[in-house]
Design a protein around this ligand. Structure first.
Ligand SMILES: NC(=O)c1ccc[n+]([C@@H]2O[C@H](COP(=O)([O-])OP(=O)(O)OC[C@H]3O[C@@H](n4cnc5c(N)ncnc54)[C@H](OP(=O)(O)O)[C@@H]3O)[C@@H](O)[C@H]2O)c1
Length: 433
């Protein structure tokens, strides 16, 4: 990759809700000397955002670029070593920027959770990115960094102990509190609309190996659909329900396994659930949250209710307020058993609204990692995942930024999973600021 770029990092979409947060995080935390630019389709709005970022950003260059203008994307890709994009929904027009970055040998990271977009990116940009030495990294926020780095940490711990391959592996969200922005809702509704309109796309999204680099080579492990309803997990001794992000996270984690030559194991079975504990109220809570998720999905899927919700919920540029972002949090446990019978527990936790405060840390650190940690990154290029593009280097950065990522071998289930009364916020999501 060429080192003679004008800028180290460009934040494209800096006028949007999460783009402003990422720009703000970099203004507060990027080391001196890192050359950062802000990009978007309105020079005036970019100037307003830059003013709001204070002295640290006052000299940051502004780049006017529009997804509808390929020449502007090519110029932006040529100007920077790393482009991070918060311009979503990505599926609508986002591929043009991925193509520009892949062609120019520019590293790229984003916050998409849209399976159809990533599948297209793999099919159309992977080879060009490999040829040019670009790391294209989707899903660099709450989906799917905690899942992807958490499972990588389990694999590395089991490997270090010579404890065999990962087999049954379950991510349990034990506590979650946060909000949602207009861009996230638009992205979810966009993918749902496409899936409803096309049986072929529905099958792509439903495939547990939708993001595989080689679908035919994936193992046949039987039923691997994402859990859709409340159920008691006898192994973990806890009531569980679906987790809304499982549909993207599980596919990213399986892609990470395949891109590493199935290093986690050929019998790696992975799922993600929300945990509700084992109290008498747990089955009711798990059922109620499962029903609410189904209702929300149906509400977003059908025209009239979708139009009504669109009027009530945040629009573009809007999202959770400062207090919700500050007081939000997430706590995740990942349980695995290895082929040698060892049991490991990973924990990933952070203070701050998962999708916004914590996500701006994840994407901001991703940008710095891709720009500054070149000699510590795995020797890979192409359409990658957070774990395969950055792995331990990003995990170390997130720990330094205050996030928890730990792994340890265990013999007993931890108390908090089986007695979640200690997590009064379990499964709670505040939708509006
Ligand atoms: N993975 C995660 O954990 C996570 C968390 C949060 C958000 N997200 C994703 O991040 C994305 C952004 O969300 P958001 O709430 O920040 O959205 P938003 O507030 O609507 O911001 C969208 C941004 O895209 C820009 N934009 C739209 N069309 C453009 C075009 N043709 N050319 C250039 N820029 C264009 C907008 O510019 P203008 O200001 O000019 O309109 C704005 O800056 C969504 O896809 C969402 O799902 C993911």
């Amino acid at each position: 990759m060429s080192e003679d770029r004008e800028l180290d990092v460009v934040v494209f979409g800096a006028t949007g809700f999460v783009g402003r947060l990422v720009a703000g995080y970099l203004a507060g935390h990027a080391p001196g000397g890192v050359r950062i630019g802000l990009a978007g389709r309105s020079g005036q709005r970019l100037a307003d955002v830059r003013t709001g970022l204070g002295a640290a950003a006052s000299a940051w260059p502004l780049l006017v670029a529009d997804l509808a203008d390929p020449a502007s994307l090519a110029a932006m890709a040529r100007a920077a070593r790393v482009v991070v994009s918060t311009v979503g929904p990505y599926r609508a027009q986002g591929l043009a920027l991925v193509q520009a970055c892949a062609g120019a040998g520019t590293h790229y990271a984003d916050l998409t959770g849209e399976v159809l977009f990533i599948r297209d990116s793999i099919d159309r940009c992977h080879d060009a990115a490999v040829a040019a030495g670009a790391r294209i990294v989707h899903c660099c926020g709450f989906d799917s960094v905690p899942s992807d780095l958490g499972v990588l940490g389990l694999h590395q711990a089991a490997r270090a102990d010579d404890a065999g391959d990962l087999q049954d592996t379950t991510l349990v969200v034990t506590a979650l509190r946060g909000g949602v922005s207009g861009g996230t809702l638009a992205s979810m509704m966009g993918e749902q609309a496409e899936v409803r309109a096309s049986e072929q796309r529905r099958q792509v999204v439903a495939d547990p190996y939708a993001l595989s680099p080689d679908r035919a080579a994936e193992p046949d492990l039987g039923h691997e659909r994402d859990p859709g309803w409340a159920r008691y997990d006898g192994g973990l001794r806890v009531w569980t329900g679906p987790f809304a992000m499982a549909g993207i996270n599980t596919r990213v984690v399986r892609r990470s396994n395949a891109l590493q030559g199935w290093a986690y194991g050929r019998r790696f079975r992975y799922r993600e659930v929300t945990g509700f504990g084992a109290s008498p109220a747990a089955p009711l809570l798990a059922t109620a949250v499962s029903a609410a998720l189904k209702a929300a999905g149906a509400g977003l899927a059908f025209g009239p209710s979708r139009a009504m919700l669109a009027r009530l919920l945040p629009g573009s540029g809007q999202g959770p307020g400062e207090r919700t972002r500050r007081t939000g949090y997430f706590r995740i446990q990942i349980h695995t058993r290895t082929s040698a019978g060892a049991r490991y527990l990973g924990k990933v936790e952070a203070q701050g609204d998962p999708g916004y405060a914590a996500t701006s840390v994840m994407l901001g650190q991703t940008a710095l990692c891709l720009a500054l940690d070149t000699d510590q990154l795995p020797d890979r290029a192409g359409v990658l995942t957070p774990a395969t593009a950055m792995g331990a280097a990003l995990a170390a950065r997130l720990r330094s930024a205050g996030h928890t990522l730990t792994t340890r071998q265990i013999t007993e289930l931890p108390g908090k999973l089986s007695h979640p009364a200690g997590h009064p916020g379990a499964g709670r999501v505040a939708l509006v600021p």
